[in-house]
Design a protein around this ligand. Structure first.
Ligand SMILES: CC(C)(COP(=O)(O)OP(=O)(O)OC[C@H]1O[C@@H](n2cnc3c(N)ncnc32)[C@H](O)[C@@H]1OP(=O)(O)O)[C@@H](O)C(=O)NCCC(=O)NCCS
Length: 141
């Protein structure tokens, strides 16, 4: 094997190692159509973003069709004002036989000051499905 091939293989190994450790992170912004009558982010939109972040991390983990079966322990700790930057962070918390539980956090950042605070947290349970739509065993992809 040449030195270049060796380097290539090491990079592939490092990439896989990094992927196992890293979280899924999304950034979005709170537009006027997303707020309630208090001018803060509507909770349903926050849940939609969190569900999506959970789906990405679980799908990357299993590389199977994943659907949400349960949403648990949602806590809206802080309101998220109109115009905020919102950062979603998801990580795999538990792997079962056919399900994965992802822990998702939402951080709200003031775009002018850079001040950031934890706004929402929750657990999302996703089930892997086979081609017939039945629960399918999780095997680390
Ligand atoms: C997901 C679905 C196939 C699971 O069917 P099911 O008959 O409940 O399957 P099972 O009882 O075998 O449970 C499958 C896994 O889900 C978990 N699960 C099921 N209901 C759960 C609940 N209420 N809370 C937490 N976990 C749950 C089980 O513990 C099991 O996990 P494990 O294998 O890791 O131990 C079925 O409920 C479904 O199709 N739901 C609709 C999904 C959907 O449309 N989501 C919204 C759009 S993505």
């Amino acid at each position: 094997m040449t030195e270049q091939n060796n380097k290539h293989d090491n990079n592939k190994h490092n990439d896989k190692h990094k992927a196992e450790k890293c979280q899924t992170i999304f950034i979005d912004q709170v537009f006027p159509s997303m707020v309630n009558h208090y001018d803060t982010l509507f909770g349903g939109i926050a849940l939609q973003w969190m569900d999506k972040a959970a789906w990405v991390i679980c799908t990357r983990y299993a590389r199977k069709t994943m659907v949400t079966v349960a949403v648990e322990e949602i806590i809206f700790k802080e309101p998220v004002p109109l115009g905020s930057m919102v950062e979603l962070r998801a990580r795999v918390e538990r792997v079962g036989k056919t399900s994965i539980t992802a822990f998702v956090e939402t951080y709200c950042e003031n775009p002018l000051t850079g001040k950031s605070k934890l706004a929402t947290t929750g657990m999302f349970v996703m089930v892997a499905l086979d081609k017939d739509g039945k629960p399918s065993q999780i095997v680390r992809a």
